[in-house]
Design a protein around this ligand. Structure first.
Ligand code: ZN
Length: 297
């Protein structure tokens, strides 16, 4: 009974990434798919794709992996639209506030709270851990404090014989913005918002979040990661290194996103432990208003 109303897209932005297949412009196909299949093209197609041998064609969502029931349609259900705003892509919809302390490790970024425009973390580094790709590119970066913690987490996982790999970490505001704007141009603001994160609202833009998979890259940022030994290990141990599973199962109505066992968010040791022990989300921890699952409705 995952709330049917929960947005179809993944927080990791099935689409905020140009997608491996498409080079320059955001892939048209990816943009088109959400409405047809809801499952928001398993975000695997997003960052994951390059290495995976069994990579699914990014274009059409892979039926097997995408649990269509859980995230049924953007079609009928959520017409209860978020922004009644006109589609001037420059103006933020009225339902999105700008966070006051973007540098805070417990900053709350979600569909209703965005980073300031052009927020650019000053301390991005490349964590010295395995990734599913080898290039030194933007999505490999994290803020220093999170990168250091991630190295410890990966080392511990290795020790427990559950080797992990990074899939996608930082994503710049500029990148998110250009992708989002291309979608708006194509489909209009309201529709674009149903399948792509509004610039500033993707947690990947904080430099504190990362999508993780097993070292083989299988099920990277897709639903089939749930239940794997890697997912179990992460659920059990992430907090010991200052990370939380940001979008837990059963909390979809609070976070506004479906269960994403692969998406880690650094919040610091104390906060992570408290959230783990109390079984609360960052929204609850920060006493924020719960984000309604109904795509802003
Ligand atoms: Zn993510």
């Amino acid at each position: 009974m995952l709330a049917a109303s929960v947005v179809a897209l993944t927080a990791c932005g099935a689409n905020d990434n140009g997608g491996a297949a498409s080079s320059g412009a955001p892939s048209e196909s990816a943009a088109a798919s959400p409405s047809s299949s809801g499952a928001a093209s398993p975000s695997g197609s997003e960052e994951a794709s390059p290495p995976a041998s069994d990579a699914s064609p990014p274009a059409s969502d892979e039926p097997s992996a995408s649990a269509p029931s859980a995230s049924s349609g953007s079609s009928g259900t959520k017409t209860d639209v978020p922004g009644k705003s006109s589609d001037s892509s420059g103006d933020d919809p009225a339902d999105i506030a700008t966070v006051a302390e973007p540098e805070s490790v417990t900053v709350l970024v979600n569909k209703q709270n965005k980073l300031p425009d052009d927020y650019d973390p000053s301390d991005l580094v490349y964590p010295d851990v395995r990734f599913t790709f080898t290039e030194k590119i933007e999505k490999r970066e994290m803020r220093k404090v999170a990168a250091d913690a991630l190295e410890k987490l990966f080392a511990a996982a290795d020790k427990d014989d559950v080797p992990l790999a990074g899939v996608s970490a930082y994503r710049s505001f500029a990148r998110q913005k250009s992708l989002f704007e291309a979608y708006v141009k194509k489909d209009g603001l309201e529709k674009a918002r149903t399948y792509s994160a509004y610039p500033g609202t993707s947690e990947h833009e904080t430099g504190l979040a990362i999508d993780v998979s097993g070292s083989d890259g299988k099920c990277a940022a897709t639903d089939c990661f749930a239940g794997t030994k890697e997912a179990k290990w992460l659920a059990e141990h992430s907090y010991e290194y200052g990370f939380i599973i940001r979008y837990p199962e059963g909390k979809e109505d609070i976070t506004g996103y479906k269960y994403e066992p692969w998406h880690l968010r650094y919040v610091g040791l104390d906060a992570a432990k408290e959230m783990h022990d109390k079984d609360v989300t960052l929204e609850e921890y920060t006493n924020a208003l719960a984000v309604s699952g109904s795509a802003g409705g």
